[in-house]
Ligand binder design. Structure first.
Ligand code: HEM
Length: 369
């Protein structure tokens, strides 16, 4: 995988999380309830303090949206985030798509729904914010593990050091403070490193080059959070499984789907059972490279590209069967466009999404260069 692509992964994961994490389960109406509705593309929300720097993620996404306007921003943000996790070496996330976008800046949620990194009672604050989203202690801890990727920058969030020995030479734009040594790689090192740091005196912790936010530290202090944090430090497989489930749930928060049950890319692009994919454990770059080639062929000469199976992840946590009603719905979608599931058409929503995954990787590499 090109290094320049990887350096954008953390930013894109944060974009997806900040779009969906505004969800309030106590509000029934859409879009007032917030969540994954693409509202983060509008200026009022981009200007929220918590979203400092995310304009750069939107700049990566916008050219793809311009090229494939039929795909909603809300889907695009979540697709990009899940793809980034998978490409960084993380688990395959059982995503569904079909999110509907809000259309007006006035539909943005109010500021203050995302968590603070340094509240007076970090564990209590995490519970207050994540319970409001309908998430539980296990999901809070698993999702916090996304900090295995990326850095905090004092000029954005006010957190972290201007640079450390792990960030001063990049990769990507130098600087900031990472939670882990290899901050482009998704693994359980966030929990391992924090476990080590939680055992040394606070003064020594501050000397360290790795970041621990007060809300991160709470995961090893609070007895209920600690059970999961300890487990994930010991067992990467357990972390990946719980993370994949929690991330999928996070990405759906507040979303309005069309069709109402959403649709899965795996199901519409491959007849291969999910269990077989798991055994293959394919290395990450090839499917994306193949898709880039497909997208390029499409751009250059209009040749009919065949959808590639989306099997970029190294890890799959289980089999997901497509229901008969969903299969019928997908068939109807294809036929509505004039195609058939047995013979893919030259242009359709699903194909566009596949090409778009490739486009995303390609564009981030251009921006990075
Ligand atoms: C638990 C409460 C959380 C707090 C208080 C928190 C806070 C923060 C802060 C202060 C930063 C630094 C931003 C900057 O300076 O640019 C950050 C970065 C990041 N956060 Fe969180 N976060 C939380 C949960 C999450 C979740 C649930 C995810 C994803 C599932 C996530 C993903 C990320 C990523 C990937 C970065 C790195 C961004 C980059 O390198 O550009 N965070 N977070």
């Amino acid at each position: 995988m090109p290094m320049a692509v990887a350096t954008s992964f953390a930013l894109i994961v944060r974009l997806g999380w900040h779009d969906s994490g505004t969800y309030d389960k106590n509000i029934e109406e859409w879009p007032q309830r917030g969540g994954a509705d693409g509202s983060l593309r509008f200026e009022p929300e981009l200007k929220h303090g918590a979203n400092a720097g995310l304009i750069n993620a939107l700049k990566l996404i916008q050219p793809i949206k311009d090229k494939y306007p039929g795909i909603s921003y809300a889907d695009l943000f979540q697709l990009a985030s899940a793809t980034a996790i998978e490409e960084a070496g993380g688990p395959k996330i059982p995503m569904k798509y079909g999110r509907v976008d809000v259309t007006e800046p006035e539909q943005c949620p109010p500021e203050g729904r995302l968590p603070d990194a340094g509240p007076r009672d970090p564990a209590g604050h995490l519970r207050e914010v994540f319970y409001r989203m309908g998430l539980d202690d296990k999901e809070i801890v698993a999702l916090s593990g996304a900090h295995t990727l990326g850095r905090a920058r004092p000029d954005r969030s006010g957190w972290g050091k201007p640079e450390t020995k792990y960030t001063k030479d990049g990769p990507g734009e130098p600087g900031g403070q990472s939670w882990t040594v290899e901050w482009l790689k998704f693994d359980n090192s966030y929990f391992k490193d924090m476990k080590f740091l939680s055992q040394i005196p606070l003064e020594e912790q501050k000397e360290q080059d790795l970041l621990v936010l007060p809300t991160d530290a709470a995961l090893f202090e609070d007895p209920s959070f600690k059970v999961y944090a300890e487990k994930y430090a010991e067992d990467q497989e357990a972390f990946f499984k719980d993370y994949a489930e929690a991330h999928a749930k996070l990405s759906d928060l507040g979303a309005k789907f069309d069709p109402p049950e959403g649709f899965s890319l795996d199901d519409v692009t491959s007849d291969e059972p999910a269990d077989e994919k798991k055994e293959e454990a394919a290395p990450t770059p090839e499917p994306v490279a193949a898709a880039v080639a497909t997208a390029t062929a499409d751009d250059n000469n209009g040749a009919a590209p065949q959808p590639e199976p989306f099997s970029a992840a190294k890890y799959s946590y289980g089999k997901r069967e497509l229901s008969d009603s969903m299969k019928q719905k997908i068939r109807a979608e294809y036929e509505g466009f004039g195609g058939s599931p047995d013979k893919p058409m030259q242009s359709n929503y699903f194909l566009n999404i596949m090409i778009l995954i490739a486009g995303l990787a390609f564009l981030t590499s251009l921006v990075g260069n």
